[in-house]
Structures are given as structure tokens and as C-alpha cells.
Design a protein around this ligand. Structure first.
Ligand code: F0G
Length: 971
């Protein structure tokens, strides 16, 4: 039996598994979050072949070519799979070159080190020693370590020379060449800031301790704001972006970032980093003196001459010169990170050459391996190289023959014909930059800036925050526009560019040195098309690649869209102004997306769903609508509707999976409300469901409400009115409540029980343990009402039904907790389905109800025609999205379906909220409650957690006072 088992036998086959399997595995086992982000903007292609500046994909069936302008973020200077390098690689493999030969003499690695040193020598006139590694970050780590090695050796030397001086002092005092002047110890104590020093030995001990403390301080490194030097724990500390660094803020070296445009900052930083201690000096007249010695505690300063990941920013000569001066004066090395900019990409072997400043250490990687090998190098000026370093710093995979031979050939290719390829980078780059600048001149409002040198180029998009397209505005505000642009260029034009995470508006363009005119033409044409569409706010075309693939033909023609200007941006209100309230809403159905972004009107339901699904969890909450509402009593409130970008289905899915992303979105929505100066935040629809009726948001400043008290009041009142209108006798009606265990359903049952004779609480199978307490509470309340109203003939609703069906049982019952339980049990046993309060687990139970209220969390309709009886029936749908299927109205002509929980704004106001898809004067009860709490300047949460009948009555009264009216809206 093979120990490898089946996997071993099929190993070769598995590696070749289909791209779909690879995609799935990548998204599951490797990078779930990244895979989602890529998918959100259509960047989730997989490539199976690459040559030169081209990548090839089979996604979508046929092989498709993509022009690669990302170029491995600068690593593909020689293009993908350069034939000469493949030959070198093949020879290395065919020749059975050893891969693992650590602790032996590695010829190719040695030759590579020499060649790199020689190349740098031609530029700087100095000699170098190399340390080889596999990745950029590793080379950075090596530089950190070498610099600190230099520093710690220097400090050791300083401590030793202090010891020497102290020994000398003793000798000189002994043989009389020196003497301690009068009051020497007292003066020394004062200078050192310590208490009394009694003896010379005690003084020496103080001096030793002071020096050890000064020289033992934590090392300090310098880097430039906007820098990127890698993501290993050391290099990460030299990387500027907070996004990358923050989670690891407690570990690693300490770095000070110098602003890129402030040469003076260098001097300031030197003073701040200064440490001092005292030593002794011998005066010619024999007196001994204390002397202060100071130095700057900076181990190294790292710079990228042209910042890459930071968004293609070239450092100015002033800063570089100031750093050079400081390095010379204070002795620390200036480390030049040319990992991305080096190897000729910018038109010179080193990007730093243009500045005419010298570094002490240089870092190379990326293109050094020609795109085939993982290799990096640290080159240290030979005058400061510490030979110990090569013994102390090692790595298993460094110095291998394979990578070294490839890197040697890369250098040879670059240097051939007097650096012809490097010249080519310079010339192609200059031409491309020129054309990009012309493009910018044609589209200044879409293209903010074109930056770079040679083939290291950044194209910064202008934010479209004033675009008439809401979606473009929101993507811009949330720094996602460049992702959309990258997806569009990839999917529509077959051009691969990418923004950087640190500077999201900038697309990096780093093709190979061989990139030709035709490829550049294609890039420029594609960019121009993108800019033209941004200018025209042609959102639909810009995003339709996201929903393409499932259509057979092209999308239907775009509807004409009026060029509505963007709504004014809400300005936080100051104290004493009109109170501001915020209401969190979400897209309940695809048509809501159309209402918000009319440019997507050509999208059908499936398109909208696909769009929302792709962007789920990436988009953050944003402002949907803004309006001012007045109350009957003269109060005013400004309402901001904040869109929380999830659908009910996604919210329920995230709850089922125990994932908190939907809850996090709601929290972000509340934060946005706070920033806008809102004092009350209403959590509409599923935003209250995912927060467990607000309870999962801990908030001590803002007033939170689910708004559901008024929803309940409005729903019951509308149902009641409709029933009376149909001539139904409430006392004889059976009320069915779908979602009877929920907050709205249970509270509504409590109110309705005062009037209706029977109630059926319906919940999902398994919801019995939640429905049962509701049922028991209903009985107990009815019993209490009976007790308070001894004349049974006057009893109404459930109390009357109870008197009729359980009259003999009642006298023996105390009106306590147990009474509800006993009544429920006894009546269920005796009367079965005819019990006044009943629990059911299927919508079938609605068939014999004359009144139905539905308030489930379901993302899909749950009440179909088959669940509704033939007789007259009022069905009040409180749920969003709706619970009642549209078939009910068609197939049950005697059913009156009303939209529950709606109210009318005071004073006949038309509240303009286009994205909410409400008739001008109508408001959701929960929205109206939020506004009401603004009018009344409510302090403390309101509909937070479980609803109470008392709050429902209170808010109903307030609504009346302020002029809101209950709406009877027929569907
Ligand atoms: N230094 C610079 C200037 C870099 O651009 C990078 C990587 C590194 C160091 C780290 O190299 O990834 O091999 O460890 N830059 C990539 C980028 C990731 O997106 O520009 P690594």
C-alpha cells in the first residue's frame, strides 16, 4: 500500500486541475478577502501563459490576450519569459546545478556580487560588498541589520574608549599628572543631575551608567513619508502606509518619517535624535574636567528615489542632499532602495543617478531576477562593510546557482550594446509620458496628474465627487474609482494596470523595456475611452462589464438620464441649529438601485443583483438622500438617509454564517451619521435586524431607534381601518401574524388582542420556544383585562374570547406568570385549533384568518395565494422586502393587501427622497419615528431592543401631536 495514497498517485494530474478549481481553491484556502476584492471589480482573471508584455487567459472559454502594464509592479523589466533567460534556466536545470549547496563556495553568486559591485562602481566610483537574498523585503532586512551592526559596533567602541579614559584618569591621578579641582565631585553631581557623589569611584560608576544608557537606547531609523520598503516585520516599519503598519504597531523597529517636501525636517530630526553622555578630559594644567559627548541615534535612513507603491513620486534633490549631508555628518548610512526603480527602468541603471547624490547602501531586486528567479541584493560601500555580516546573516535559499546565473544574464542583457536597453527605457518612457501628458491636457478634469520617469509611470485619476452619477460619486468618495477603472480597462480593453493600496487614485504603468509603439497606442486609446466615459458620467457602460457574461447580446440601450447635479454635501450642524437625524436604509430590491442610480436603469433584476453581490462588503455606507421636514407644531429636522450597501438576502446570509461584515457596515453607517452631526439614528429595515434591534451597537451619545414602535402603531391602525372598511367584525376576526416571534409581530399581537377574538402566531419550524412566551403573554394580559372589567359582557377582543371559552377555569387562576402558561396549555389541549391563541409553523394556518399581518425577516415573499382564504380578508404587509407574493392579489380578488407601517408627513409635505422610492408625502413608520425623535430632541434610545406596547402608544400620540397621519396604502 502506498503511503502517498490517492493523492500521491494523482499528484501530477491534480496540479493541472481546471482553472475553475484553482480559482475556488485560491478564494477558499489562500486569500478569501483579496479574491472578493478582485471579483468585485472584475479583476479576478487567471493567466496560464505569459510572453513579453502579454498575459493569456482562458477565462471565458477562448484564450484571450491581455497587455500587461503592471509588469509585476516593476519586476518584468525584461518582459515575461525572456527566451534568453529561459535558456539559462533550462541549462541550469538540465545541467543538474545544485540548488542546495549552503556552506560551500558559490561561484555564480560570487560572480553576481562582483558584477553588481562593478556596475555600481562605474556610477559612484566606489567599491561594494554584496549580500544576496530572495526577496525585496529580505534585502531591506539585511540593510536594517547591517546598519544596526555598524551602529552597535560604534557604540561598543565608544563605551570601550570611555573605559580607557577612566583607566587613564586613575593612572594620571596616581602618578600626579592630573588632579581633581576643588569641588569637582559636587560640580560633577550637579552636571549629571544626580544627588551627592561621595567618591571618585562613585562618579566613575555614574559615568559608565549614563553612557550605557545613552548608547543603549532603542535604535531609530528614518524613512520618507509615502515610502514602501516591504512587509516583513522590519521592512514594514519603514513602510509609510498606516493601513499596512497599524495592525503590527507594537512590534519591530522604530521609525521616523520625514516629509518628502521638507529638507529642514532632516536637521530637526537630527537634533531630536541626539543623545549625550559625559567623559573626562585632561587639561594641560593637570585639571580634570567632565566633557559632554553627543551623537545622533539614527541607525540608517531609507529612501526610494522614486516612490513606487506610494504612487510614483520622485523625491526632490533638496531632501536627498539634506539626507546625504546628515548621513555624512552623523555617520549613519543612506540606504537607497532601488528595488523597483533600479536596473534601468527609469532610463538609468539607478534612478538616483539623476539626483547626483550618492548612497552608502543600495538595494536591488524585482527585475534583477528577470521575472524568472527570486533574487535580491544589498550592496554596502566596502569602506563600511563588516565582514562578520556574511557569517551572522544567512538564509537557506540565498546565493543559489539558478537565480545567480539568471541575474548575471539579466545584467548582461541590460549592458549589451552600451546599455541599449536602458536607453530604450528612457526613450520609450519619455515618449509615453509625453503622450500621457497630452491626454491629461485633453481631460484635465478626469486625469489629475501624470508622473514618473522612464517606464515607471503613475497616472492619477481626478476624483469624480462632483459627477452627476451617484455611483461614480460614491466610488470616488470611497477611493474605489481606480479599481473600477482597472476592471474596465482589463475587461473591456484587455489592458492590465493596477492602483496601489497606499495611493488608490493612481494607476501604475510599468511595462517591459521592450514595450512597443503599438502597445502604447492601445494603452492610450483605452485610457482615453475611460476618461471620455468618466467625463460623460457613462456609469452604465463603465460598470456593465461587471454584469456581462450572462447576457447573450449587448445590454439594452441606456435610457436618457437627466443631468441632475449632485445633492449638496451635508454639513455637520452646529448646536442650536435644526436637529439633524440620520436614517440607515439599504437596497431592498434591485429596483432600489435604479432609483438611486438612474444610469443603471438598463440593468434588469439579475444584473442588479449581480452588481450588489460583487460589491458586497467593499462599498461603505454613503449618503443617499437629504431632506428637511417640518412638524405641525413648528419643529424642524434635517434628515439624511444613509445607504448601507447590502441587500436583505446578503444581511441574512451574513447572520447565518456568523460573519460580522453586515454588522460592521451598520456600525460604519452610525459613524457616518455621527460625523454628519446627527443626534438621532434610525436603523431601518435589516439594519435593525443585523444589530438585534440596535442592541449590538453600544452607543452613549446618539439616540438609536429601530423606529419600529411607530411601525407597529401604523400597521395595526391601518389593518384595523381596512377591516372595518370591509365590514369585518373585529371581535369575531382571527388575526394571523406571520413572524409572530419577531419584535414587530409580537408587539402588534399585544395591541390587537384588545380587539380581535383570536390570534394565530406563525413562526418558522423551531421557533416554538420564541412563540410560546408571546402566546402566554397574550393570555395573561387578556386575563388581567377581564379581572379589571368584571362585567364580562363588556369584555372585548381576546378577553371576551377567553371568558367564553375558559370561563370555568378562570376563577381559580392567579394573574401571574403561571396563568398564561396554564391557559395556553389547557386551552390548546381542550380546543386545539379553535383555541383563542394558537401557534403554527406553516403559512397554511392563515387560510382561516380574516386579518393577516406579515412581518418576517425573509428576503423573499413567504405568503402565496395558496395561503389565503377565499373570503374577505385584509392582509397587511409590514415587511421590507415584501412578504406577500404579487400572486395573492391576482388570485384572491377578495383579499385586500395593504402596505403596513406607513405614515404621511405632516402638513401635506412632499419629502423629496428619490432614492427611497416613496410617494412624496409617504414615509416608512420607522423613518417617521426617527424624524419624530428629532423633533422632540429625544435623549436616550427609543425602540432599542424589545418593543413595548407603552412605547408604541407613546410614539403614536407624539405622531399625532406633530401631524403625522397613518397611511392606508393599498398595494
Ligand atoms: N522596496 C520597494 C521599493 C518595493 O517596491 C518593494 C515591493 C519592496 C521593497 C519589497 O519587495 O515584495 O519582494 O518583499 N513592492 C511591491 C509593489 C510589492 O507593489 O510595489 P518584496
Amino acid at each position: 500500500m502506498s503511503v502517498l495514497g490517492r493523492a500521491g498517485e494523482t499528484g501530477a494530474g491534480r496540479a493541472e486541475e481546471s482553472p475553475a478549481a484553482g480559482r475556488q481553491a485560491y478564494a477558499t484556502y489562500l486569500k478569501p478577502r483579496l479574491a472578493r476584492m478582485l471579483a468585485a471589480f472584475g479583476l479576478d482573471l487567471s493567466f496560464h501563459r505569459a510572453e513579453g508584455d502579454r498575459l493569456f487567459t482562458l477565462d471565458g472559454g477562448e484564450e484571450r490576450e491581455v497587455l500587461d502594464f503592471i509588469g509585476g509592479f516593476g519586476a518584468s523589466l525584461l518582459g515575461h519569459n525572456h527566451p534568453e533567460l529561459i535558456e539559462v534556466a533550462r541549462r541550469a536545470l538540465d545541467g543538474r546545478r545544485p540548488f542546495n549547496a549552503q556552506a560551500s563556495i558559490r561561484g555564480p553568486a560570487g560572480l553576481l556580487a562582483r558584477r553588481l559591485s562593478e556596475r555600481l562602481q562605474r556610477i559612484t566610483g566606489r567599491d561594494y560588498r554584496a549580500t544576496l537574498a530572495s526577496t525585496g523585503a529580505e534585502a531591506v532586512e539585511a540593510a536594517i541589520k547591517h546598519a544596526e551592526l555598524e551602529m552597535s559596533l560604534r557604540n561598543d567602541r565608544l563605551l570601550e574608549s570611555l573605559e580607557e579614559r577612566l583607566r587613564m584618569l586613575r593612572l594620571r591621578l596616581r602618578d600626579g599628572r592630573s588632579f581633581l579641582p576643588e569641588g569637582f565631585l559636587a560640580a560633577a553631581a550637579e552636571r549629571l543631575g544626580v544627588g551627592r557623589i561621595a567618591t571618585l569611584e562613585a562618579l566613575l560608576e555614574h559615568l559608565r551608567r549614563e553612557a550605557a544608557e545613552a548608547l543603549g537606547q532603542e535604535p531609530r531609523f528614518l524613512a520618507v513619508c509615502g515610502s514602501f520598503h516591504g512587509k516583513s516585520t522590519g521592512s514594514l516599519k519603514l513602510t509609510y502606509s498606516r493601513l499596512y503598519r497599524h495592525p503590527w504597531r507594537r512590534i519591530g523597529i522604530s521609525t521616523v518619517f520625514i516629509p518628502a517636501d521638507d529638507g529642514e525636517a532632516v536637521e530637526r530630526e537630527m537634533e531630536r535624535a541626539r543623545v549625550a553622555f559625559h567623559t573626562v578630559a585632561f587639561e594641560p594644567d593637570g585639571r580634570v574636567e567632565l566633557r559632554e559627548q553627543s551623537l545622533v541615534n539614527v541607525s540608517a535612513c531609507f529612501v526610494e528615489p522614486i516612490q513606487g507603491e506610494g504612487g510614483i513620486h520622485e523625491l526632490g534633490p533638496r531632501l536627498l542632499e539634506a539626507l546625504r549631508r546628515a548621513a555624512d555628518e552623523h555617520g549613519f548610512p543612506l540606504v537607497i532602495d532601488e528595488i523597483q526603480s533600479g536596473m534601468g527602468r527609469t532610463g538609468a541603471f539607478l534612478a538616483l543617478e539623476a539626483a547626483g547624490v550618492r548612497g552608502d547602501y543600495y538595494l536591488l531586486s524585482k527585475s534583477l531576477g528577470g521575472g524568472l528567479a527570486k533574487v535580491s541584493a544589498l550592496l554596502v560601500d566596502a569602506a563600511r562593510y563588516r565582514p562578520d555580516f556574511g557569517v551572522l546573516h544567512t538564509s537557506t535559499f540565498a546565493e543559489d546557482d539558478y537565480a545567480s546565473l539568471i541575474a548575471l544574464r539579466v545584467l548582461e542583457i541590460l549592458e549589451r550594446d552600451n546599455d541599449a536597453l536602458i536607453r530604450r527605457c528612457r526613450e520609450t518612457g519619455a515618449a509615453l509620458l509625453g503622450r500621457l501628458r497630452q491626454l491629461r491636457a485633453r481631460h484635465p478634469r478626469q486625469l489629475r496628474e501624470v508622473r514618473g520617469r522612464g517606464l515607471m509611470i503613475g497616472v492619477e485619476l481626478e476624483p469624480q465627487i462632483m459627477s452627476p452619477s451617484p455611483l461614480l460619486r460614491v466610488l470616488s468618495e470611497q477611493n474605489l474609482l481606480s479599481y473600477l477603472a482597472a476592471g474596465y480597462l482589463l475587461r473591456v480593453h484587455g489592458i492590465r494596470v493596477a492602483p496601489t493600496l497606499s495611493e488608490r487614485a493612481t494607476l501604475r504603468i510599468e511595462p517591459s523595456a521592450y514595450v512597443g509603439r503599438e502597445e502604447c497606442d492601445r494603452l492610450l486609446a483605452a485610457l482615453e475611452d475611460l476618461l471620455v466615459r468618466l467625463e460623460a458620467s457613462d456609469t452604465r457602460q463603465l460598470v456593465s462589464y461587471l454584469v456581462a457574461g450572462r447576457r447573450s447580446g449587448p445590454p439594452p440601450p441606456a435610457p436618457a438620464v437627466e443631468r441632475r447635479p449632485p445633492p449638496p454635501r451635508p454639513v455637520p450642524s452646529a448646536a442650536g441649529e435644526v436637529p439633524r437625524v440620520a436614517f440607515l436604509a439599504h437596497f431592498s430590491e434591485p429596483a432600489d438601485l435604479h432609483a438611486w442610480e438612474p444610469r443603471l436603469a438598463g440593468f434588469d433584476d439579475a444584473d442588479c443583483e449581480r452588481f450588489l453581490d460583487r460589491t458586497r462588503g467593499l462599498l461603505q455606507p454613503f449618503v443617499l438622500d437629504e431632506a428637511e421636514v417640518r412638524s405641525l407644531s413648528g419643529e424642524r429636522a434635517r434628515v439624511t438617509v444613509i445607504g448601507v450597501p447590502f441587500t436583505p438576502e446578503q444581511a441574512m446570509e451574513s447572520m447565518r454564517q456568523g460573519a460580522d461584515w453586515s454588522l460592521d457596515l451598520v456600525r460604519q453607517g452610525v459613524e457616518l451619521a455621527r460625523q454628519l452631526g446627527s443626534s438621532v439614528v434610525g436603523l431601518g429595515g435589516h439594519t435593525s435586524i443585523v444589530t438585534d434591534n440596535c442592541r449590538r451597537i453600544v452607543e452613549d451619545e446618539l439616540t438609536l431607534t429601530s423606529g419600529n414602535s411607530l411601525t407597529v402603531a401604523a400597521a395595526w391602525e391601518a389593518s384595523r381601518q381596512a377591516a372595518v372598511g370591509l365590514g369585518l367584525d373585529l371581535g369575531a376576526c382571527r388575526l394571523g401574524i406571520a413572524g409572530g416571534a419577531g419584535n414587530v409581530g409580537a408587539t402588534l399581537a399585544e395591541l390587537a388582542a384588545e380587539e380581535v377574538g383570536g390570534i394565530v402566531l406563525i413562526g418558522r419550524p423551531g421557533a416554538g420556544r420564541f412563540l410560546r412566551p408571546v402566546a402566554e403573554r397574550l393570555y395573561r394580559a387578556a386575563l388581567e383585562r377581564l379581572r379589571q372589567q368584571p362585567a364580562a359582557a363588556e369584555a372585548r377582543g381576546l378577553a371576551a374570547a377567553l371568558a367564553a371559552s375558559a370561563g370555568d377555569l378562570l376563577p381559580s387562576l392567579a394573574a401571574d406568570e403561571a396563568a398564561g402558561e396554564i391557559l395556553y396549555r389547557r386551552l390548546a389541549a381542550a380546543l386545539g385549533e379553535r383555541a383563542p391563541v394558537r401557534i403554527a409553523h406553516s403559512m397554511e394556518a392563515l387560510r382561516d384568518c380574516q386579518l393577516v399581518v406579515s412581518a418576517t425577516n425573509s428576503a423573499r415573499p413567504v405568503i402565496g395565494a395558496e395561503h389565503v382564504g377565499d373570503g374577505p380578508v385584509v392582509i397587511c404587509d409590514v415587511a421590507v422586502p415584501q412578504d406577500v407574493d404579487s400572486a395573492v392579489q391576482r388570485e384572491r380578488p377578495r383579499a385586500l393587501v395593504i402596505r403596513g407601517g406607513m405614515v404621511r408627513a405632516p402638513l401635506g409635505q412632499q419629502v423629496e427622497m428619490p432614492a427611497m422610492r416613496l410617494d412624496g408625502g409617504q414615509l416608512w413608520g420607522c423613518l417617521a419615528e426617527t424624524i419624530l425623535l428629532g423633533f422632540t430632541r429625544q435623549q436616550g434610545h427609543f425602540s432599542y431592543g424589545e418593543l413595548t406596547a407603552a412605547n408604541v402608544r407613546r410614539i403614536r400620540a407624539l405622531a399625532a401631536e406633530h401631524g403625522f397621519e397613518i397611511e392606508l396604502k393599498q398595494d
